[in-house]
Ligand binder design. Structure first.
Ligand code: SAH
Ligand code: SF4
Ligand code: F3S
Length: 442
């Protein structure tokens, strides 16, 4: 492969961890061509935006960034602008119409096409689109991992659930699992490189393996990964309540390394709305899972996703969601205002909720949740936790942070004694709503 001297790429990732992981495969290809990463857009020879379209707000932000790039390209006409990921898959050549300064649009199954398209674009200016979803989702590609001790490991791509509000199945395609041997091999390799913590990624990890039809499932994968030497912690994202089983909870509980954090999105506390969302479970069925998980996994840290303002959500249904928060007492809830996505069934449903009402409900929901987030974090005060050091916080070089196995972020005053990647003990002094403050124990 020809190596290019002093060429730089600027990469921005939007959306979920799947996109973070895909970005590492884009970066791997760029680095294999000799490009180096820059944080300065004006220095870049290639700008790559790896995009998300799950909500309108995400798209709006990305369109804003694409607008900014027009000026960058005016100063540097040789700049290659690539838009990739879910929004690229959804918009395809409409992106060129909207912003002719974009050079490449690459869909979710076509990550491996980057090098070829850059070459074509270098040979001849023009618009290049690759968004074929019939090709395999996984390709053996060089990976440039952005972190040193934490690694994303995709175990599957796509989603078969078709929740009525969600665009993901349309832009990521059907569920495809990676063979267990490939996943284990990748983790064994990164364990040798010194990685300590991995996160198994999929839109619905609980249905892992079902398409392979060889008897493998998520429990078997967890058991295989648990045996890999060198790895200290195994995380997994995201679980779906319909496919989560007691056997999987047992596999988590009986493992040595799978963490005590479970992200189990409920979306709504109303059975009627869950049905309209096509989620495939009731609140009672969900609660059975929560109770079993809390019985089997000591100190379980439970988090969730909730949507407010889904079409037809009445005040009474919304109050059922508030009641559910009180009943479950999550450590944290990621809360979203329902965003109609063209092409999804919910966008055409009657009784869309006005924006102001959606915003009011979001605020009420957060007010209730924040009480529990604070209480549960305060309950950690004066106790000791093991964290893996991640480094300085964003705003303050003198304060460093790490995460517990339960994924709680603890910040302490840095005294030079702990290095990034060390596993250390921290005592919690103060629990706040979003974060904990503590000190290192020597
Ligand atoms: N596969 C995961 C979620 C992926 S999307 C799961 O099913 O749990 C992440 C979250 O975004 C979802 O859990 C949902 O809460 C939210 N979301 C998805 N589509 C949305 C939409 N149209 N409007 C608002 N929130 C949405
Ligand atoms: Fe979207 Fe539902 Fe699939 Fe999650 S399970 S990605 S919310 S369709
Ligand atoms: Fe967004 Fe695609 Fe993830 S739509 S949430 S980046 S799967």
């Amino acid at each position: 492969m020809d190596i290019i001297e002093n060429k730089f790429y600027f990469l921005l990732t939007y959306g979920c961890q799947m996109n973070e992981s895909d970005s590492e495969r884009y970066a791997g290809q760029l680095e294999s061509l000799g490009y180096r990463r820059t944080e300065d857009m004006d220095m870049a020879d290639v700008v790559l935006l790896n995009t998300c379209c799950v909500r309108e707000t995400a798209e709006g932000k990305i369109l804003g960034k694409i607008g900014e790039l027009k000026h960058v390209k005016q100063h540097n006409p040789n700049l290659i602008i690539a838009v990739t990921g879910c929004m690229a898959q959804e918009w395809q050549d409409r992106l060129f119409e909207r912003a002719p300064h974009i050079d490449l649009v690459i869909g979710t199954h076509n990550i491996h096409k980057l090098v070829e398209l850059i070459r074509e674009r270098q040979a001849k200016s023009g618009h290049y689109l690759e968004a074929d979803m019939t090709v395999p989702a996984f390709h053996d590609l060089p990976t440039k991992r952005f972190q040193k001790f934490f690694a994303w490991v995709p175990i599957m791509n796509g989603c078969n659930k078709f929740c009525t509000y969600c665009i993901v199945p349309y832009v990521r395609g059907r569920e495809v699992s990676r063979p267990i041997a490939d996943i284990v091999r990748e983790i064994e390799e990164i364990a040798k490189e010194g990685y300590k913590e991995i996160t198994l990624l999929g839109q619905n990890v609980n249905s892992y393996g079902l398409d392979l039809k060889d008897g493998t499932d998520f429990s078997a994968l967890l058991q295989a990964v648990d045996r890999i030497d060198g790895i200290e912690r195994v995380r997994y994202m995201t679980s779906h309540p319909k496919d989560m089983t007691f056997a999987m909870i047992d596999a988590i509980a009986d493992s040595k390394k799978v963490v005590n954090h479970m992200h189990l999105p409920i979306q709504s506390g109303s059975d009627e709305l869950l049905k309209k969302m096509n989620r495939g479970y009731t609140v009672d069925q969900y609660m059975e899972l929560v109770e079993y998980a809390r019985k089997r996994i000591p100190d379980l840290v439970l988090t969730t996703d909730i949507i407010v303002g889904f079409p037809g959500e009445t005040e009474e249904m919304f109050c059922q969601t508030l009641d559910l928060l009180k009943r479950v007492q999550y450590d944290m809830a990621y809360t979203f205002i329902y965003s109609p996505r063209t092409g999804t069934p919910a966008a055409k449903m009657d009784h869309q909720i006005p924006q102001e009402e959606k915003s009011r409900r979001l605020q009420r929901l957060m007010d209730v949740q924040n009480v529990y987030s604070l209480q549960l974090n305060q309950a950690m005060e004066h106790k000791e936790y093991e964290v893996i050091v991640e480094g300085p916080t964003k705003n303050d070089e003198n304060h460093w942070f790490g995460r517990t196995t339960g994924n709680k972020m603890i910040i302490w005053e840095h005294d030079g004694s702990a290095a990034v990647g060390d596993t250390v003990k921290v005592a919690v002094d103060k629990g706040q709503t979003w974060v904990l403050k503590g000190h290192l124990i020597h």
